[in-house]
Write a protein that binds this ligand. Structure first.
Ligand code: NAD
Ligand code: UDX
Length: 450
């Protein structure tokens, strides 16, 4: 067996994960392939204008690209020459037919399995990096192992990194999970996969399990995190109705060692490509297993999240004299969280569309996500896109902060105030600004859960 690796799928997961694996395993060749030529060209761009924005990523790619990390569209050669194949293609929610709106769409994933089968000339370890429904590895194996001459062992190694902190999460993971068949081949393959990570991750953090546990643990971990966000957002509404302060409540809840302080920040609801998709996938799996009460339980996590964005618009109505038509609202931040340009499932998109339906004039600004924002809102009328926050807020009736970019508290809010229409409103849906300071300037302020 050679030590070389190929990863099929050069997206948010494939690119950063393989860059770090290459950095920490200089003796291995790592090739990342994709059918999307534009994406591969961007990964190879001479000025490191990479297709994914992540703090620290460009430095890792600068160190490794051309040394032992390569990006290519030549899937055939890459698969043929490597013995370890990671699969990190997209697995979005299926929008048609059986399971529409809940199940994972596995068409990209299945075509990858067929590509591996077509191009392989020797035995391979195939490692699922994508997040997949439980028992997908069985389907993968039955597609692959219909071929004579080559033996394929399928492992599940789901990725737990969060966007915006991907490089840190990869370099210092809480855990690495590798699931595999509990037979001789499987145990040998798990050891091969563990060796990749063991070059920088302490052995005690590398957890091994059977394949189904690994597949389900990934979905369950995301569902638990999403559920915490929905839980604190449910409390936020009650805080607004009662005079309690959600940040104070969260501090008290989080001080309980059994609960812990992380993931208790009330806000506009969770976005990103993973939480909604993975919770819906869990709902579908529960339904398929006849566990309807469990399915309903998880479905509420998604419903609560959608409700949070509707609540933001309702509060804007209330604070802006019950009419929004013709008013200008500046949306500060379009990315689903700070430090990423990713706008998939971003709450800012939902709020922008709801406001556009009310004939609001929108100005959207974001330091990294403006290109994606333009594409997402292409069909929505009355939207201007501004890199400069001061221009975005000029003549606006309200600023709605949707992403907690660290630059926003540093802005010259007196200057912003002086160019806005009065009464000038700031709705800080992330509770990231100094409300007392804004009030002293003259702003009317609204916060989530206060
Ligand atoms: P992405 O859309 O950014 O990237 C997927 C890439 O796969 C695309 O570039 C696409 O062109 C490529 N692709 C699709 N079919 C292909 C094929 N047949 N051959 C070659 N390339 C093909 O998606 P992503 O965000 O990287 O997510 C990938 C998987 O990782 C998903 O299952 C997701 O749930 C999981 N995941 C994502 C994150 C995250 O933070 N984005 C975190 C954990 C897990
Ligand atoms: C998530 C998981 O954290 C990660 O382990 C998995 O691999 C992929 O899905 P990601 O979606 O990139 O990562 O970001 P995350 O930091 O989890 O935030 C998700 C959403 O929840 C964001 O919109 C964020 O703003 C929101 N959030 C998070 C809150 O509203 N409050 C919090 O306390 C934490």
């Amino acid at each position: 067996m050679n030590r070389d690796i190929v990863c099929i799928g050069a997206g948010y997961i494939g690119g950063p994960t393989m860059a770090v694996i290459a950095k920490m395993n200089p003796g291995r060749k790592v090739v990342v392939v994709d059918i999307n030529k534009e994406r591969i060209d961007a990964w190879n761009s001479p000025d490191f204008e990479l297709p994914v924005y992540e703090p620290g990523l460009a430095d890792v790619v600068k160190e490794t690209r051309g040394r032992n990390l390569f990006f290519s569209t030549d899937i055939e050669s890459a698969v043929r020459e490597c013995d370890i194949v990671f699969v990190g293609v997209n697995t979005p929610t299926k929008m048609f037919g059986r399971g529409a709106g809940r199940a994972s769409d596995l068409q990209f994933w299945e075509s990858t399995a067929r590509e591996i089968k077509r191009y392989a000339k020797s035995d391979k370890i195939v490692i699922e990096k994508s997040t997949l429904p439980v028992r997908t590895a069985a389907a993968m194996e039955s597609i692959l192992n219909t071929r004579d001459g080559c033996k394929f062992t399928v492992l599940s190694n789901p990725e737990f990194l969060a966007e915006g902190t991907a490089i840190r999460d990869l370099l210092e993971p809480d855990r690495v999970l590798i699931g595999g068949p509990q037979d001789e081949d499987g145990i040998r393959a798990i050891a091969e996969a563990a060796a990749i990570y063991a070059s920088w991750v302490p052995r005690e953090k590398i957890i091994t399990s059977n394949v189904w546990s690994a597949e389900l643990a990934k979905l369950a971990a995301n569902a638990f995190l999403a559920q915490r966000v929905s839980s604190i957002n449910a409390i936020a509404g009650l805080c607004e109705a009662t005079g309690a302060d959600v940040d104070e409540v969260a501090r008290v809840i989080g001080a309980d060692g059994r609960i812990g302080p992380k993931f208790l920040k009330a806000g506009p609801g969770f976005g990103g490509s993973c939480f909604k998709k993975d919770v819906l996938n869990l709902v579908y799996l529960c339904e398929s297993a006849g566990l309807h009460t469990a399915a309903e339980y998880w479905m509420q996590v998604v419903k609560m999240n959608e409700h949070q964005q509707e609540r933001i618009v309702s509060r804007l109505f209330k604070e802006m004299f019950n009419t929004l038509a013709g008013k200008k609202i500046a949306i500060f931040g379009f990315a689903f969280k700070a430090d990423t340009g990713d706008t998939r499932e971003t709450p800012a998109g939902t709020v922008a569309r709801l406001l556009a339906e009310e004939h609001v004039r929108l100005a959207v600004t974001d330091p990294k996500a403006l290109r994606n924002a333009r594409a997402d809102l292409a069909g929505v009328g009355g939207v201007e896109f501004e890199e400069d926050e001061y221009k975005a807020a000029a003549d606006a009736d309200a600023v709605v902060v949707m992403t907690d970019w660290s630059r926003y508290p540093q802005l010259d809010w007196e200057r912003i105030y002086s160019n806005m229409r009065k009464p000038a409103l700031v709705f800080d849906t992330r509770n990231c600004l100094d409300a007392r300071k804004l009030k002293s300037i003259g702003f009317k302020t609204v916060n989530i859960g206060k």
